[in-house]
Design a protein around this ligand. Structure first.
Ligand SMILES: Nc1nc2c(c(=O)[nH]1)N[C@H]1C(S)=C(S)[C@@H](COP(=O)(O)OP(=O)(O)OC[C@H]3O[C@@H](n4cnc5c(=O)[nH]c(N)nc54)[C@H](O)[C@@H]3O)O[C@H]1N2
Ligand SMILES: Nc1nc2c(c(=O)[nH]1)N[C@H]1C(S)=C(S)[C@@H](COP(=O)(O)OP(=O)(O)OC[C@H]3O[C@@H](n4cnc5c(=O)[nH]c(N)nc54)[C@H](O)[C@@H]3O)O[C@H]1N2
Ligand code: SF4
Ligand SMILES: [Mo]
Length: 732
């Protein structure tokens, strides 16, 4: 009897938009060339050999029967999903012809809009030759604001960079705050470290309007009213100063404006006012501030805040992040390994982004379109020429972009030429004129940073592309050739691009922002002196590209239990933690933190609340990754069906019971869901889990039917969690 050949292990990394960027090993059957198994790679100590439930089912995604295998041409009305196969040469020629026609028309190339986000976070497939192509073409620039720019702006004001520490050091924290962070679900490897700390005595607190899985599994849940985190943080600061819990030496040595801040919070944010704004009892605010400020004394170690995206997606989202970032400076928690706060580590990876994306190719005066405002852009509500062509890749805006009915109306326009490159016929792809099949992470090469840990790694292709699927980089090589662009701009192989982006990183003056966490189209800011200093220390030193190719994930060259702000070193204009912001003062704005209410706030917009009394937040379902995985049957079954959670009080007023189908609506649109009545939210708040594909909903619309294109106070970000709605039973 013949023994089967052993499977071949291939190292790679999970490409999804998740801070964990897990290292994995794909086992390939050499006889068939098929991937037969996927496991976490134990060689990466942070991701520790375990993958989340979504990616544990990855073979179902890669070998899904609905994978696109050839280019398609539309044969029916837009949105009908009627297509016929076409060849790659025909598809590329058709796209190039349309782009040339538009570029040569009176509207010019800016009438072409690329639309992409983080379907993959690999540096090459996220943003490299695509950026070069659209810059060279003269297309509109895309401001990639849909996720993280509000928080980035908020952090930058206070810290000059993202809030970050070595996340592995969280094991040493003793008072852990998940603030607008569903860590158990969205950052599960950090959650595991939090639990290690808890076994050693740490207390875990979660501040969230929803009793999320994280809140449920914490020692204390603080159900803050949506969009009021800045007020809560200002109230905590009030108490810290009142109780003398501030670290005077840290404030004197490393901070700007402590006295001004103390006066502001002393006069304007007493606990009673903060209680009224946030909906939290005064006693809870007092207790939280005291435990936070006395963490060393009460719990034997520093306090740590995992601040995440939940608080950003509101009208005052940047201010909320900016204000929370002041807390560890006032307590001096930045001094201690494991203390402080973390939003993102992506800025730490000094890849040569300028080399990859070539912003020098951007023509002066090119307009920028904010991706959050796609609904407006497709309906003629932005400056400049109309959008006549849309090229979508790494994103599914028909499901994930706000103000969905206007997004879909735009996608239905007969005069819009739409190309969608994806692995699947997503909601967006059903509106395309041409659909192109994309490779999965098993089928292409890439190099990865992470926004939740300190490891750099490459992803090796494990199997041949399915059907005629092609990686993003390859499609832009073909398109560039058809457009007659300079060959040398697109000639390098993916491996060469990665090597150069990695090796060039040490000397590059480029910004080192990573995928998915900053807007990448505006010409990069030169690094501040402090950041350049950091970079010269060589965070890639000791790592070679060749060693990444052979050995897998490697840790950046930063000290174990790194505490970057232990001795100040804030890359702000003043070099200090700016409790008082010089930049804000220079811009003529209030230089001190203050509370900015949500756009749709019952306290400040009573007329709107009379029509739509409930604040709705719309975080993703734990079974999905944004709208990815909705078409994987086991995961969709786990998610159940679109549902909303509503308090017993609000349900009673509307004669609703668990299991009832409801209509959720406001002036922008409506969607249907099953009601879950309980105490997972306070009266006045409803939660809708996203982000369903419209085609799998009853009624053809998901929760983005009610979200708006209004932007955050700073950072031009999306306000997905800032909505007033009404809910009514749908009865036959
Ligand atoms: N399983 C899974 N993991 C993911 C994702 C996914 O879709 N699924 N998405 C990935 C992506 S793209 C991102 S950006 C991250 C996001 O990571 P997180 O920020 O952790 O995720 P969210 O669920 O968007 O929001 C976190 C929590 O904020 C709460 N929240 C809403 N409004 C407020 C508020 O005003 N104040 C406070 N304090 N809390 C509020 C929500 O109820 C939610 O529980 O997760 C990544 N990981
Ligand atoms: N209501 C509401 N809306 C939200 C959010 C929310 O919490 N609530 N979250 C927001 C957030 S945080 C984010 S980050 C955005 C995410 O929005 P998107 O970035 O659009 O994320 P996905 O929905 O996962 O869609 C990514 C698509 O890229 C495709 N893809 C994957 N790999 C590749 C590849 O290599 N090449 C190509 N061409 N395609 C590929 C996938 O198949 C998938 O269809 O959604 C936002 N929308
Ligand atoms: S989605 Fe996140 S947790 Fe899941 S495997 Fe990918 S990186 Fe790891
Ligand atoms: Mo995101």
């Amino acid at each position: 009897m013949m023994h089967p050949l052993p499977t071949v292990p291939i190292r790679g990394a999970c490409p999804h938009d998740c801070p964990d960027t897990c290292s994995w090993i794909v086992s390939v059957d050499p006889a068939t060339g098929r991937a037969v198994r996927l496991q976490g790679d134990t060689a990466n100590p942070f991701t520790a050999g375990f993958l989340c439930q979504k990616v544990a089912n990855y073979l179902d995604r890669v070998y899904h029967p609905e994978r696109l295998t050839t280019p398609l041409r539309r044969t029916g009305p837009k949105g009908s999903g009627q297509f016929e196969p076409m060849s790659w040469p025909d598809a590329i020629a058709a796209i190039a012809e349309q782009f040339k026609t538009i570029a040569n028309s009176a509207d010019g190339p800016q009438a072409i809009l690329p639309y992409s986000y983080a379907g993959t976070m690999g540096l090459l497939q996220y943003g490299s030759l695509d950026r070069r192509f659209f810059h060279r073409l003269g297309a509109s620039l895309l401001d990639r604001t849909i996720c993280a720019t509000a928080g980035a702006a908020g952090c930058d004001i206070t810290l000059g960079t993202r809030a970050m520490i070595d996340p592995a050091a969280v094991a040493r924290s003793r008072f852990i705050v998940n603030w607008g962070s569903n860590t158990k679900v969205t950052n599960s490897h950090l959650w595991a470290i939090m639990h290690r700390a808890r076994a050693d005595g740490a207390k875990i607190v979660t501040i969230d309007p929803h009793r999320s899985r994280t809140a449920e599994n914490s020692d204390w849940w603080l159900p803050v009213r949506p969009g009021t985190d800045a007020a809560l943080a200002l109230g905590v600061l009030h108490i810290l100063f009142r109780e003398g819990l501030e670290d005077r030496a840290y404030l004197n040595d490393f901070c700007l404006g402590a006295d001004d801040l103390q006066k502001r919070v002393g006069a304007e944010y007493p606990p009673e006012r903060v209680s009224h704004i946030t909906g939290l009892p005064v006693a809870d605010i007092e207790r939280f501030a005291n435990e936070y400020g006395r963490a060393q004394e009460l719990f034997g170690g520093p306090a740590f805040i995992r601040l995440n995206y939940g608080m950003q997606r509101h009208g005052g989202g940047a201010m909320a992040v900016r204000t929370v970032c002041c807390l560890p400076a006032v307590t001096g928690d930045w001094r201690h390994p494991g203390g402080g706060a973390m939003l993102s580590t992506s800025k730490l990876f000094p890849f040569d982004d300028v080399f990859l994306t070539r912003p020098d190719l951007i023509a002066l005066g090119t307009r920028t379109v904010n991706m959050t405002r796609l609904a407006d852009a497709l309906n003629g509500d932005v400056e400049g020429p109309p959008v006549r062509a849309l090229y979508v890749y790494n994103s599914n805006p028909a499901a994930v972009a706000p103000d969905q009915s206007r997004v879909l109306a735009g996608l239905r326009r007969e005069d819009l030429f739409t190309v969608v490159h994806d692995l699947f016929l997503t909601d967006t792809a059903t509106y395309a004129d041409i659909v192109l099949p994309a490779t999965s992470q098993f089928e292409h090469f890439d190099i990865h940073n992470s926004y939740g840990h300190l490891y750099v790694q490459v992803n090796h292709p494990a199997i041949a592309p399915l059907g005629e699927a092609k990686p993003n980089t390859q499609v832009f090589r073909l398109l560039a050739n058809a457009m007659g662009f300079e060959k040398e701009l697109f000639a390098m192989s993916d491996e060469e691009l990665a090597r150069r982006a990695f090796e060039g990183g040490e000397v590059s003056p480029a910004n080192s922002s990573g995928s998915g966490v900053t807007s990448q189209t505006s010409p990069p800011n030169p690094l501040s002196e402090a950041e350049r200093g950091n970079q010269k220390q060589g965070r890639f030193s000791g790592i070679t590209f060749d060693s990444l190719m052979t050995d897998g994930a490697q840790r950046l060259n930063v000290p174990e239990n790194w505490a970057p702000f232990a001795a100040g070193n804030f890359p702000t204009p003043s070099g200090k933690c700016e409790l008082y912001s010089l930049g804000e003062a220079a811009a003529g704005r209030d230089p001190l933190p203050h509370y900015i209410p949500p756009h749709e706030d019952p306290q400040t917009k009573p007329e709107l609340a009379a029509k739509f009394p409930l604040q709705m937040i719309t975080p993703p379902s734990p079974s999905f990754l944004n709208s990815s995985f909705v078409n994987v049957d086991v995961l969709r079954k786990k998610a159940g069906e679109p549902r909303i959670e509503i308090s017993a009080h609000d349900a009673a007023v509307r004669t609703l019971a668990t299991g009832d189908t409801v209509r959720v609506f406001n002036d922008r649109g409506s969607f249907r869901a099953k009601a879950i009545v309980g105490d997972s939210v306070k009266p006045g708040v409803v939660v809708a889990y996203g982000i369903w594909w419209n085609r799998y909903t009853d009624g053809g619309a998901n929760c983005n039917a009610i979200t708006s294109t209004a932007l955050t106070d700073q950072g031009r970000g999306a306000t997905f969690f800032d909505n007033l709605v009404e809910v009514e039973p749908l009865r036959a």
